[in-house]
Design a protein around this ligand. Structure first.
Ligand SMILES: [Zn+2]
Length: 298
């Protein structure tokens, strides 16, 4: 069933677990993600990133209605979310298409500007019963697999305080804008981690204690199970996860093709089926980690 992000994240916060948010730029990743969530009987967020449109992977018009259709037919609560939206008109288009949640990412802009834009999006979205995620602080982007974003790291700044989310500022931002969830910066990276992640997990707890709304971790691929559990116990309720899932799909195809002899007939539908199996196994494993406390309470 199609639900808002607020609905599933408020429950997740109360139960101290996280809901996985998976980018689904093709049909097979939608199917794999929904099937995995149904088999585990956990809520899930499927999302379309505006950057995937810029990269030519898929457009909102192509994939959006398909995502909404799958969400409505699903046996578990599914939120359809617009990830890293940067253009107001684009966000509104998603809302009218049936998306139940949008992220406005104005985090690269000065604080006051980010606040003003986020406030405006909240006004429109909440009138349409659509949830809003915003971002405060600067997320790093890997040089590998971060979807066309320019690479960045802590080395680009004088100190972590300059770039990571400040708990007091987060509290003020939330009160002024009315956002339903906040993406925070504490050391996670979009794409592939080239060195072991060093996360400021205490900061998550400080932000959670100051703000009391669902917090979002981007760059979930490559974070250890232990760090995931600590992040969740400290207040993370939505984990954005894409890179490892799509890599698992590609690796499954590579393994499958390796079983084929030179000149042996191969079929595209078989390749796609293998990719789907690979994605599904990987995202299902991620969901199990994120939902540890939910599953344990059953
Ligand atoms: Zn992100």
């Amino acid at each position: 069933m199609l639900v808002t992000m607020k609905e599933i994240l408020d429950k997740a916060m109360a139960g101290t677990y996280a809901v996985g948010a998976f980018n689904v730029p093709n049909l097979e990743s939608i199917q794999a993600t929904i099937e995995a969530a149904e088999e585990l009987d956990v809520p899930v967020i499927i999302q379309h990133a505006q950057v995937h449109e810029d990269e030519g992977l898929t457009t909102l018009d192509e994939i959006g209605p398909t995502m909404v259709g799958y969400a409505k037919r699903a046996k578990v609560p599914v939120c359809v979310h617009l990830d890293h939206g940067v253009d107001f008109d684009y966000l509104v288009r998603a809302m009218h298409m049936g998306f139940t949640s949008v992220m406005i990412d104005a985090s690269a802009k000065p604080y006051e500007e980010n606040l003003a834009i986020t406030k405006e999006v909240c006004k429109v979205a909440h009138a349409l019963n659509v949830s809003v995620e915003a971002e405060l602080g600067a997320m790093f982007n890997s040089a590998v697999g971060s979807g066309g974003r320019a690479a960045s790291s802590l080395d680009d700044y004088d100190s972590a305080d300059e770039v990571y989310t400040n708990p007091q500022q987060a509290k003020e931002f939330i009160e002024a804008t009315g956002v339903d969830a906040l993406a925070i910066a504490f050391g996670t990276v979009h794409g592939v981690y080239l060195t072991k992640p060093a996360l400021d997990l205490d900061r998550v707890k400080l932000i959670h204690d100051a703000c009391g709304i669902p917090l979002v971790m981007h760059g979930g691929s490559g974070v250890s199970d232990e760090d995931n559990r600590t992040a969740i116990n400290n207040g993370i309720t939505k984990i954005n996860y894409y890179t490892y899932g799509t890599m698992a799909g590609a690796n499954a195809v590579r393994d499958y093709l390796a079983t084929k002899a030179e000149g042996e007939k191969i079929f595209f539908h078989d390749i796609v089926a293998e990719a789907k199996k690979g994605i599904k196994a990987d995202v299902k494993r991620a969901m199990e980690i994120f939902a540890t406390n939910l599953l344990a309470a059953r």
